[in-house]
Design a protein around this ligand. Structure first.
Ligand SMILES: NC(=O)c1ccc[n+]([C@@H]2O[C@H](COP(=O)([O-])OP(=O)(O)OC[C@H]3O[C@@H](n4cnc5c(N)ncnc54)[C@H](OP(=O)(O)O)[C@@H]3O)[C@@H](O)[C@H]2O)c1
Length: 281
């Protein structure tokens, strides 16, 4: 049994390699239907990475209040509250996400099992708003993009005694789906480990090479699918996805629309690998 991730035919060969993290024995990376002829990004989407427009200084993204958070003073307070972001896992998907933040000049910390000094050269190469920190320091952020091999989520979850008040954006995939999930969508299983956090599944349906490229192609915005139990958390991630230039599409709860971006057994959800674009973000 193993953990895997979507890749595209345009991906580098290394993207077809199994995840490097710990996993149960016998797992091989699989591509749906045993074929690599999945959707690929167009030529424009394959243009080289850019660090984005680099302005003097940094800014942290402003939190967009959700509809249910009230109006008046509460809304103003929420508007003043600044969001902080961390990417945990600085491999293929973690770096692809870091490019998205760098492109928009949004601060993000990155961390993995390795010390920050080991990640710093790559972080710096991606852009000045990408800063490597220790895992513990990175987890001080209120929004954490989880980009570790599926089986490693438990190790990350153990680092904090409580995840109250935090939002986890789960970019992990479990493939083939291990039996221990007992029929739960993999992200619902991940959510159980992060006690107190709100989890939103997202940024998991495309290969890393595609995700790393500018999501604005010929005036269209690359779609990312979001699903989760909490509407406020999903709305916050929706706002972030838009800031990053993506067109978020909300699918509802994990076991409802979210099923479309989860694997079931040895079959990928039908929206995985679908590299779609919308005119409006
Ligand atoms: N690759 C894709 O195209 C793709 C697409 C969609 C979704 N995904 C999903 O995204 C996740 C990451 O995939 P990937 O391809 O980016 O994997 P990867 O290239 O192997 O990178 C994994 C990263 O996770 C870190 N890591 C592992 N265990 C950790 C732990 N306990 N605590 C902190 N960091 C840890 C590793 O850090 P060290 O280097 O320090 O060990 C490494 O930086 C997987 O769940 C995969 O299914 C991948």
């Amino acid at each position: 049994m193993g953990w895997s991730c979507p890749s595209t035919a345009a991906s580098r060969p290394s993207e077809f390699a199994p995840d490097r993290g710990k996993r149960p024995s016998g797992g091989n990376q699989r591509v749906p239907g045993g074929t690599t002829s999945v959707l690929t990004a167009g030529p424009a989407a394959r243009k080289s990475f850019t660090a984005g427009r680099l302005r003097a200084g940094r800014h942290t993204a402003e939190r967009r209040p959700s509809a249910v958070e009230g109006r008046g003073n509460n809304t103003n307070k929420d508007r003043r509250r600044m969001m902080s972001y961390a990417i945990v896992g600085f491999g293929r998907i973690g770096q692809a996400l870091a490019h998205a933040f760098a492109r928009k000049n949004i601060d993000v910390t990155v961390a993995s099992r390795r010390p920050p000094e080991a990640l710093e050269p790559q972080a710096r190469a991606i852009g000045p708003t990408v800063v490597a920190k220790s895992l513990r320091e990175a987890l001080e952020a209120d929004t954490i993009l989880l980009a570790v091999p599926f089986g490693e989520h438990r190790e990350v979850a153990k680092v904090l005694p409580s995840w109250e008040g935090k939002t986890i954006i789960d970019a992990t995939n479990a493939f083939p789906v291990p039996e221990e999930l007992g029929g739960l969508p993999s992200s619902a299983f991940v959510a159980k480990a992060f006690t107190g956090a709100q989890l939103v599944k997202g940024f998991n349906h495309l290969g890393a090479a595609t995700l790393a490229t500018d999501p604005v192609v010929a005036g269209g915005h690359r779609v990312v699918f979001l699903s989760g139990e909490d509407e406020d958390a999903t709305a916050r991630v929706e706002a972030l996805a838009k800031q990053l230039g993506f067109a978020p599409v909300k699918l509802g709860k994990l076991d409802e629309g979210g099923a479309l971006v989860h694997a079931r057994g040895r079959v990928w959800g039908p929206l995985i690998f679908q590299d779609l674009f919308k005119k409006e973000p």
